[in-house]
Design a protein around this ligand. Structure first.
Ligand code: PLP
Length: 525
């Protein structure tokens, strides 16, 4: 069986189950001792919690008020706030912990909020901020200067598109380029082209891999549509290769190389952090071997291999994941940082895969448009980005990128171990995830301790920290101190208290019991 045994590997089933999981809230009485912690620990936790909540309220009053105004009008604000922690704790957190989400200025790798607080940014702006905010401000300014006289002319192109295209062809090693407005759109187009040119119906994606929010690559939870043209298969698994070798309906395989950190597992978010069983472990050589096997099978079977580099492109190597993992794809998607600070999605591919019509069948086309595709300002900012990354310093940073970032993470892990803190970082270059080494129901609290130290992280919390490459050693030392202090405070406040025989299994069993109780209670209403 090439399906992963987890629910993540069974999209339809996971969707069905997600629909019926009932909500229940852990009320204040139980909030600080849902793991049966004794009273003294409960008190410690409560005092720590109140201190953090008060710290946010007193230092971020204006930003909090501005954010609250958006809550009922900007749907994303309400959603992200509700999903920062597991749903059992979410109501209480939503009511009690409010912090700044309204920001006005950046300086290097720091962000200023409406109240004037400066924080170090470990959110990476979803991966866009790879080289530091000054770098992108410059790209945006220069890009604006370049096309100001043209304005928003669409349909015709600013001449800068030619240079961008040549540059992207060199970077990707592919023949043609197609411009879109987001990574999601780039993936849509790559998959559509693969189906068009192979005449086959199915896409293979790997269990847990994110490729944007289009229904066509997100068959599981979050999408209401039934997808019968996707196979979600196990990554790094021989059974998958067997399926690729035998099935005749597969048009393409989509790879998100970031999954090398945690194959077959969803991107880690604190909303799912119900115990300490988050896993990550990056074995570069094993992933290279896997990609080579995949490449060989795809070549032999005429299956289009699409490397989705929207997240990792330009981060792992100048020529992206293809260079880093030493594999050649048939199509590559880029996005995020490539726009030089503006929205972008790009598909690069071989000539025969990129053509959108057939000479011999004039009405059989592969349609792709998008009003804002190749917008002059985006093209200009991209151009500045592509120029700026030729810089000697940036190019030299790529040379020993693994050594550099692995050393930094090792340094941090050594410090955490020295202080006997149950926190460990795992990385693929500058993309990090946090693992917790003792069983706990409260690891998601760490995101608030990090924030209280003046570190900005994204709404998914400790699962994904994205570090920009402009952090100097001095700044990095400050950030390390802050992370260690955050963990020390969290430990001191009792959140990692260990009960007798407490394990990740026992925590999950307890949650299952709570769920059943809540179902029974509801049925009695
Ligand atoms: C690998 C990958 N593909 C596609 C996307 C979607 O890109 P966008 O959010 O620009 O639509 C993302 C976004 O995080 C991504 O990480």
């Amino acid at each position: 069986m090439a399906k992963h045994p987890s629910l993540t590997g069974h999209s339809k089933m996971s969707r069905r189950i997600a629909k019926i999981v009932p909500t229940y809230h852990i009320e204040e009485d139980n909030f600080f001792c849902s793991d049966n912690a004794p009273d003294n620990i409960k008190e410690k936790r409560k005092a720590g919690f109140d201190k953090i909540a008060a710290h946010f309220y007193t230092t971020m009053a204006k930003s909090i008020a501005a954010g609250e105004q958006l809550k009922n009008s900007v749907s994303d604000v309400d959603f992200t706030h509700a999903y920062r922690v597991p749903f059992q704790f979410s109501q209480f957190i939503k009511d009690k912990i409010k912090f700044s989400t309204i920001v006005t200025q950046t300086r290097g790798n720091q962000i200023k909020d409406l109240d004037g607080n400066w924080t170090y940014d470990l959110s990476g702006s979803y991966g866009v901020n790879l080289f530091g905010y000054e770098f992108y401000k410059k790209c945006m300014q220069e890009g604006h200067d370049m096309v100001r006289s043209l304005g928003p002319v669409l349909g015709s192109y600013h001449p800068v598109i030619a240079e961008n295209t040549e540059c992207l062809k060199k970077i990707s090693g592919l023949d043609e380029v197609s411009y879109h407005m987001s990574g999601t759109e780039a993936v849509m187009q790559a998959v559509r082209l693969a189906r068009y040119h192979t005449g086959k119906s199915h896409l293979v994606r790997f269990c847990g891999a994110y490729h944007g929010w289009w229904d066509g690559v997100q068959p599981g939870v979050g999408n209401q549509r039934n997808n019968d043209d996707i196979y979600t298969l196990k990554e790094m698994d021989k059974d998958t290769l067997k399926v690729l070798k035998t099935r005749k309906d597969i048009a393409c395989v989509l790879i998100n190389p970031l999954q090398a950190m945690h194959p077959n597992i969803n991107p880690p978010s604190d909303a799912m952090l119900i115990a300490s069983s988050r896993q990550a472990n990056f074995d570069k050589q094993a992933y290279i071997n896997w990609l080579h096997e995949l490449r060989e099978v795809c070549t032999n079977r005429g299956i289009v291999l699409i490397m989705d580099e929207i997240f990792v492109g330009f981060r792992l190597a100048y020529k992206g994941a293809q260079e880093y993992f030493n594999v050649k794809a048939d199509m590559v998607t880029y996005g995020k940082t490539l726009g030089g600070g503006l929205p972008i999605g790009v598909v690069c591919g071989k000539h025969h895969l990129m053509k959108r019509y057939r000479e011999d069948r004039p009405t059989h086309i592969c349609f792709a448009r998008g009003t804002f595709n190749s917008h002059p300002l985006v093209m200009a900012c991209m151009n500045r980005f592509l120029h700026a990354i030729q810089d000697e310093l940036i190019q030299s940073q790529y040379k020993d990128i693994d050594l550099f970032w692995n050393n930094r993470v090792e340094q941090l892990n050594d410090k955490l171990a020295e202080h006997e803190l149950p926190v460990k970082f795992v990385n693929i270059v500058s993309v990090w995830t946090i693992l917790f080494t003792v069983p706990s129901r409260y690891n998601w609290m760490f995101q608030f301790y990090l924030r209280a130290q003046g570190l900005t992280i994204s709404w998914i919390g400790s699962g994904r920290l994205i570090i920009s490459h402009d952090f100097t050693d001095e700044e990095y030392a400050i950030v390390m101190e802050k992370i260690v202090s955050a963990a020390e405070n969290m430990k001191k406040d009792g959140w990692w208290w260990q009960g007798n025989n407490m394990s990740n299994k026992s925590i999950k069993r307890q949650i299952a019991r709570e769920l059943i109780t809540s179902v029974i209670k509801r049925s009695r209403l």
